[in-house]
Design a binder for this molecule. Structure first.
Ligand code: SF4
Length: 362
């Protein structure tokens, strides 16, 4: 089985390990680009959110690269994400693609188990072993990936040679994607740490700290946010996204990190009582946490036209006023220009720098 799966940031790195351990080859398309976006935007209805348009373009690329099965989480969701999978399949069928479809949903557990069993000689023992090993390897890979990405975010603002950290990061992520044994992953992590220790840093800098909140795809996928995390980091800012590829897989898919989730829910409650979708409750909770933790500002990235992300904006503005923390919200779609985006980010950073200076003077 060769599977196509919606591409988002680096989630394909642990997913490739997970799927291959189960006997499924993951067909990974090239990272999203303008062609992918135009392809998806041409086929989706105009008002559909940008994550759908981009992932649709990616899935079509994967089909053209030989995928024969579309795998997608699908269930009763609070927003359109729940029917992304079905919509991909209707559109692909209209385009004449022939493929199988697997909707990953909790209530289909035994159906999924039988599919994996058919790929593992129809043996319960081999299937159980394959599932446990695949999860173990994928989890370890995802954790190493998180460590590498987190280190890069923490080091960039201090590096003397701009871009050095990013080059190391890219090299190690590529190497991580190629290995499968947990022993190799641990060795790679050690080599990464010793390489990072060679980076020349200026630790006297006092970088601005910015929290990124918003809709999952817009926060995690660098193409859609014009590589904001890297760009800010290389311009001397400590950036902390509330969600990463690792957290998306664990926190969202299998609900790991429940303590953090409970804290965010509790913080958000006075302002936002129900989780509607689009990371609304998380945006509220993490913004309040950022204010408590002394961040200099908050940037919210969300798809233009996403109902839940749009509905939460007035509440985030109120938090900004109540907690005296600057806040910038940016709606993204296929019309968003990189120049306009960067201009707004630059203006926001100038405000934060001026506030810092004023606080120092006082
Ligand atoms: S949260 Fe908003 S942008 Fe994301 S899938 Fe749902 S509707 Fe689309």
């Amino acid at each position: 089985m060769k599977a196509a799966f919606a591409y988002m940031g680096n989630i394909y790195i642990p997913l490739r390990t997970l799927f291959s351990g189960l006997g499924i080859e993951l067909v990974v398309p090239p990272p999203p680009n303008n062609k992918t976006l135009n392809l998806g935007a041409r086929l989706a209805t105009e008002t559909m959110c940008i994550p759908f348009k981009l992932t649709l373009g990616n899935i079509i690329k994967a089909m053209d690269m030989g995928a024969d099965t579309v795998i997608h989480p699908s269930d009763v969701w609070s927003c359109r994400f729940g029917y992304y999978g079905r919509l991909y399949c209707y559109i692909l069928k209209d385009l004449g693609y022939k493929f199988d479809r697997i909707d990953v949903a909790g209530h289909k557990f035994w159906e999924h188990y039988r599919t994996i069993k058919s790929l593992n000689k129809n043996s319960d023992i081999l299937t159980t072993k394959a599932i446990l090993e695949a999860i173990y390897r994928a989890y370890n890979k995802s954790s190493v990936m998180e460590f590498i990405e987190q280190t890069a975010r923490n080091i960039r603002p201090y590096e003397i040679e701009k871009g050095f950290m990013t080059r190391i990061l890219d090299r190690y992520l590529r190497a991580l994607d190629k290995i499968t044994s947990v022993k190799e992953m641990k060795q790679l992590k050690k080599r990464f740490v010793s390489d990072v220790n060679t980076i020349k840093k200026d630790l006297s800098r006092q970088p601005l700290k910015i929290k990124i909140v918003g809709e999952s795809y817009c926060v995690v996928e660098p193409f859609v946010n014009f590589n904001l995390i890297q760009v800010l980091g290389e311009n001397g800012i400590l950036v902390d996204p509330f969600l990463t590829a690792h957290k998306w897989l664990g926190f969202h898919s299998i609900r790991l990190g429940n303590q953090e989730r409970k804290l965010i829910k509790k913080l958000a409650h006075p302002y936002w009582k129900y989780n509607v979708g689009g990371e609304d409750e998380n945006a509220v909770g993490y913004s309040l946490l950022a204010a408590q933790q002394g961040y200099d500002g908050i940037i919210c990235l969300h798809p233009f036209g996403c109902m839940s992300s749009t509905a939460v904006q007035p509440v985030l503005q109120k938090i900004s006023r109540d907690k005296n923390i600057p806040y910038l919200d940016i709606g993204l779609d296929e019309q968003t220009s990189e120049t306009g985006f960067n201009t707004r980010i630059d203006a926001f950073i100038s405000v934060l720098e001026k506030r810092r200076k004023l606080v120092r003077v006082e």
